[in-house]
Design a protein around this ligand. Structure first.
Ligand code: AMP
Length: 189
């Protein structure tokens, strides 16, 4: 299974992603994790990316596309993958479509986790990550609204989009996700 996981910061994507990859035995590809690792290792890319991350802004597409392309070409991705935090812009989505078309491995599903903004702010404020100060949180929500939400239309038109209510306990939300993914798997069989 090849899936894209979309949702605003604080929606619980990381938690649900960990459960999904375990159940479906797919590779977890989080561009946020990759960028944080590059930043901590103080690589050139990491230093560049941190200028944007520390302000809650999106890292430029060329940097992101280079790291994703490199990762997707590794052999473990052939068992399927969950893209978490990528694509985040229409150009990234178009580039992903091209990469996957060239490999003959199109997406199976795009999963959206829906959580209202007041709830997101409450959750993020309690999380304590370096990019979770109130001003940076606000910026990241703005980036989601302006740059990532248009992807819902983009994928809606392809028929791949499935939306799940992300409010509830971890188990409740995971059950909803499984319901959706099982239906997709059954349709593709
Ligand atoms: P995340 O852990 O997915 O919330 O990502 C943390 C930060 O990394 C974001 O606020 C962005 O600055 C950057 N980032 C992660 N993924 C992307 C992406 N696909 N495009 C641009 N910036 C990204």
């Amino acid at each position: 299974m090849r899936l894209v996981f979309i949702g605003p910061p604080g929606a619980g994507k990381g938690t649900q992603a960990a459960l999904i990859i375990q159940r479906y035995n797919v590779v977890h590809l989080s561009t946020g994790d990759m960028l944080r690792a590059a930043r901590d290792a103080q690589t050139e890319i990491g230093r560049k990316a941190d200028e944007y991350m520390s302000r809650g802004q999106l890292v430029p597409d060329d940097i992101i596309l280079a790291i994703v392309e490199e990762r997707l070409s590794q052999p473990d991705c052939s068992r399927g993958f969950l893209l978490d935090g990528f694509p985040r812009t229409i150009p990234q989505a178009e580039a992903l479509d091209q990469m996957l078309a060239a490999r003959g491995t199109p997406l199976d599903v795009v999963l959206e986790l829906q959580v209202p903004e007041e709830e997101l702010f409450r959750r993020l404020a309690g999380r304590g990550r370096a990019d979770d100060s109130p001003e940076v949180i606000r910026q990241r929500l703005v980036a989601y609204r302006n740059q990532t939400k248009p992807l819902l239309d983009y994928y809606g038109k392809t028929g791949l989009l499935r939306s799940v209510d992300g409010v509830g306990t971890v188990d409740e939300v995971f059950e909803r996700i499984i319901g959706v993914l099982e239906a997709v798997a059954a349709k593709n069989r």
